[in-house]
Write a protein that binds this ligand. Structure first.
Ligand SMILES: *Cc1c(COP(=O)(O)O)cnc(C)c1O
Length: 361
């Protein structure tokens, strides 16, 4: 079978170059004479892989010196617990911005560890936009403010980030390395790997050094950022294969010109689909224009029958995993870094043909 265009929200498409490289390196990786999966995590060879992965990630994202980069397991969801466990250090209080499903899950988890205030929510708008934060009432004694930079389910993004007195913590799982960000604006950034970085399960955490070391004494070692910071993410056996694939993805991204070059392509890819949605009388964008995500393009069709026909005909054409999240329905095309322009063009052509066919009926 040929490779399809995979528009899944996550786990998601990986660059073919990276997959081919994984295959080549699988039995014998570098000078180790063995697969990366068989290597000691304390070997010189794996130490180099981990060091290169961190170095490339820091370079690509532009992580300043005052920040630690941690390789953690448990996906982005474990960070819903680790962020409050580590960052609720003084007042045991945090502000959460509700911009979608993952934001709500993060807030609900944080409530177990302290007091959570909802600074702003766009739930009343069915999350078709991110909340207006100019009027947001951030708590004066919040230990941090949590936002979800890109809302994977609804297809919205923060076009600008709020100014907050408390450290800003951001879930960037679905937009990390897809567009330039000023890391110095944040106290903490985390991203599950399976959208723009590599295999699921791995999560990258970027945390300002002065925020590490405040978890209570009862915090399990594996949930304390200090454990990772003090042991270079090698306190226990890390997900070595996932870190190796992430390193290859970072090399690929650097080769493509880095985040700035990727952002340009991502904007072009998104513009192809949004341009089509704006002209269509059949497809309707879920997200409000100003808040549209470059990574997850969400839209609906007039009824369930047409949606089902669209999805099954798309599947037959090699355009797969376009089902919208069950909370939204309709269609979601996730077009992460590794989705080539050709894939987006193929989807756009299919959409045009589908619309023409259903106009003439
Ligand atoms: C996918 C996703 C998550 C959940 O990630 P897991 O690795 O499954 O825990 C959390 N937040 C956002 C924004 C996501 O896109």
């Amino acid at each position: 079978m040929d490779r399809v265009y995979n528009f899944a929200a996550g786990p998601a498409v990986l660059p073919l170059e990276v997959l081919n490289r994984v295959r080549e390196d699988l039995p014998v990786c570098g000078s180790a004479g063995m697969s990366v999966m068989e290597m000691s995590h304390r070997s010189k060879e794996f130490g180099e892989i981990l060091g290169e992965a961190e170095g490339l990630f820091r370079e690509l994202l532009g992580v300043p010196d005052g920040y630690r980069v941690l390789f953690v397991q448990g996906g982005a969801t474990l960070q819903f617990s680790m962020v409050p466990l580590n960052l609720m250090r003084r007042f045991k209080k945090a502000d959460y911005v509700l911009s979608g499903l993952f934001a709500k899950n993060a807030a609900r988890e944080a409530e177990k560890f302290g007091s959570v205030a909802i600074a702003a929510s766009s739930e009343h708008r069915n999350f078709a936009r991110v909340p207006d934060l100019s009027a947001a009432s951030f708590s004066p004694d919040a230990d941090y403010v949590h936002i979800t930079a890109n809302n994977t389910v609804y297809g919205t993004r923060f076009a600008s980030f709020p100014e907050t007195a408390a450290p800003l913590a951001a879930d960037m799982s679905s937009n990390i390395l897809s567009e330039a960000v000023d890391v110095s604006r944040f106290g903490l950034i985390y991203a599950g790997a399976q959208k723009n970085i590599g295999p699921s399960g791995l999560c990258l955490v970027v945390v300002r050094k002065d925020l590490v070391g405040f978890a209570s004494a009862r915090t399990p070692a594996m949930l304390d950022y200090r454990t990772y910071a003090d042991n270079a993410s090698l306190y226990n056996t890390p997900p070595t294969f996932s870190i190796y694939v992430a390193k290859l993805v970072f090399e690929w991204l650097k080769d493509k010109g880095g985040v700035a070059a990727m952002e340009k392509v991502n904007r072009e890819k998104a513009a192809i689909l949004y341009g089509l949605l704006d002209e269509s009388s059949l497809f309707k964008s879920v997200a409000d224009r100003e808040f549209r995500s470059f990574m997850n393009v969400t839209f609906t069709l007039p009824n369930e029958e047409l949606t089902a026909a669209f999805l099954s005909e798309a599947f037959a054409a090699g355009l797969v995993n376009l089902e919208g999240h069950r909370a939204v329905g309709g269609v979601r095309a996730s077009i992460y870094n590794a989705m080539p322009v050709e894939g987006v063009a193929a989807l756009a052509d299919f959409m045009k043909r589908f619309e023409t066919a259903h106009k003439n009926r």
